[in-house]
Design a protein around this ligand. Structure first.
Ligand code: ATP
Length: 318
């Protein structure tokens, strides 16, 4: 394929966003071992950049913070995604995938899922498969509960295991400014769910607010564009937070620190251990990030905004 200037398309680059869950209601474990979830995903402007190029065989390489902690090659979620889409389309998985990691690894921001989504989008474009959004979503659901959302980005309601997605139209009013404090050590999602089960068995679910009410509060607040309203709506909204704090008690200190330095709200992102802080403005986010960084307690402190777009693909020209 050539462009006007005579260059050749050497590959495809896909930017895939991370997410934070603004509501996360978790039901008891189902007979199939999964938990029923109701969640509001918000895509944020932290992206993994995934480059795909034709190659003699499937390879995956990774660079960036935390790259050493994730499998290169076959064990990588992006490799599974390439295999799956190639099998579905009846083509060879002859693709070299290179991932520039920016989304914290094992941080509850679904970075691996973002890479898998990027690989689906990238392969589709690279091989000219022309799959529809619905077809890509079906493949995404086979790969994992969080893989579908980066295909949409923005804001979406997730039900089932989180993979049944309804995009939520949010007014343009709201750009929300966030700071993410990344813990030095990741937390495995299965360990969090096990701890959630253990804690749930030891207490009654008294006083829990109905899920629909929580979701409506969050979406209303997003639509209002009012960060203070959103802060009130996301208070105690993550059912996995207690389990994350139980396994990592030091996260409570982090959550206390945010409001001391101007955060309107702080929550554990998804299954953690990254803590997400909502702030009033970009300036307030920068001030908070400086204060958190000064403690020296975090692997990284990241400033960003959301909602952000879903996976976007662009050709690489030589
Ligand atoms: P989850 O999506 O399960 O909630 P998470 O968001 O907390 O997880 P991820 O960064 O997605 O964290 O990583 C979860 C695990 O998946 C990692 O520990 C890693 O071993 C494995 N993994 C496989 N492929 C990737 C990838 N491309 N990027 C990150 N992790 C990957």
């Amino acid at each position: 394929m050539s462009q006007a200037g005579g260059g050749r398309r050497a590959g495809i680059t896909v930017r895939a966003p991370g997410k934070v869950n603004l509501a996360l209601s978790v039901s008891p474990r189902r007979p199939d071992g999964y938990h029923e979830l109701t969640t509001v995903f918000l895509a944020v402007g932290l992206h993994d950049v995934v480059r795909l190029a034709p190659a003699p065989r499937l390879t995956v390489t990774v660079r960036g913070p935390g790259a050493a902690d994730i499998p290169a090659g076959d064990g990588n979620l992006a490799a599974r995604a390439v295999r799956l889409i190639a099998r579905a389309a009846g083509v060879e998985p002859s693709v070299a995938v290179h991932i520039d990691k920016r989304i914290p690894v094992a941080g509850g921001m679904a970075g691996g899922s973002a890479d898998a989504a990027a690989a689906l989008v990238g392969c589709d474009a690279l091989c000219g498969l022309g799959l529809s959004r619905e077809e890509l979503l079906l493949l995404a659901a086979e790969l994992g509960s969080d893989v579908g959302f980066p295909l949409y980005g923005g804001v979406a309601l997730g039900t089932g295991r989180g993979e049944l997605l309804t995009p939520l139209e949010i007014s343009d009013a709201g750009v929300f400014h966030w700071v993410f404090a990344v813990s030095p050590h990741g937390l495995a999602t299965p360990a969090i769910f096990q701890e959630y089960d253990r804690l749930r068995r030891t207490r009654l679910a008294d006083g829990e607010r109905p899920t629909q009410e929580r979701v409506a509060e969050v979406t209303d607040a997003l639509n209002s564009g009012d960060a203070a309203l959103l802060a009130a709506a996301v208070k105690d909204v993550n059912d996995l937070q207690e389990a994350a704090l139980s396994l990592r008690p030091e996260l409570a200190d982090t959550l206390r620190l945010g409001p001391e330095h101007g955060a309107l709200a702080g929550l554990v992102s998804g299954s953690g251990p990254t803590c997400a802080f909502l702030t009033e403005s970009a300036r307030a986010a920068a001030t908070l990030a400086t204060a958190l960084s000064a403690t020296g307690c975090y692997r990284d402190v990241l400033v960003t905004a959301g909602p952000a777009n879903g996976c976007t693909a662009a050709p690489d020209w030589t």
